[in-house]
Design a protein around this ligand. Sequence first.
Ligand code: 13P
Ligand code: ZN
Ligand code: NA
Length: 283
Amino acid sequence: ALVNPLAMIEAARRKGAAVAAFNVHNLETVQAVVEAAAAERAPVMLQTTPGTLKHAGIPYIAAIAKVAAELHRIPVALHVDHCGSFGTIVQCIQYGYTSVMIDGSHYPYPENVALVQRVVEIAKAAGVAVEAELGRIGGTEDQVTVAEREATFTVPEEARDFAAATGINTLAIAIGTAHGEYHGEPRIDFERLTAIRSLVDIPLVLHGASGVPDESVRQAIRRGIAKVNIATELKIPMAQAIQASFAQNPRENDPRNYLGAAKEAVKRVVREKIRLCGASGLA
Ligand code: 13P
Ligand code: ZN
Ligand code: NA
């Protein structure tokens, strides 16, 4: 069955590792992530943005994820990523999501706190974990773009107060990573991460991990990141594999061939990222 991810995140943290959380979109990407995690004997999080919920439908994604969790002997959590809507979160919980991210990071601080408190109240009652974001992570995720000048880093003291005021389980922080690809290397403020870590007890989440050099991801985990979000680095090999199958055979029309190739390409990256996070063997 799908599980609340807090236990796997805390366990990874105690081992100096992190849980890898992958954005999925359809049957093949769910299978790729769960099969790769099972091969690594790693706990794993599947996550879907509101755009994916709209594309696939909450009941379909929830049903596919449930079956995936039942078929493999590893802990699997299902999480809604960057959700701004209280109503959508309620629906996800009703359909069996075990974790939710309420993203009120575009609101002024008091409104962000109030929205998150409402979500924590209903999620706690349902045994579901809550992630929230403080500061604004730059880049593009779904249709939401945060320009570089709008992105703001997390203020450590504010993070401490925010965690205490809301009762969230995990905190997404803005320390210089961005959603999507980078132009050049990301400049990550590791000192800020250490400062946040020293003031905030709950597990910290690194968004925008695609394109971050491996050594920087390792350093972030050493300094206290316990969940790492990866989306774009699965989308790129998926698209490339599909393009390659059509380049090889322009008359290709069998989805099992081009989606099968895509699934294998995604699996390879998932295994690499799980190892990078130190999560292999934790399940
Ligand atoms: P990337 O697309 O940069 O991997 O970001 C993923 C993410 O943060 C999902 O919430
Ligand atoms: Zn994100
Ligand atoms: Na990124």
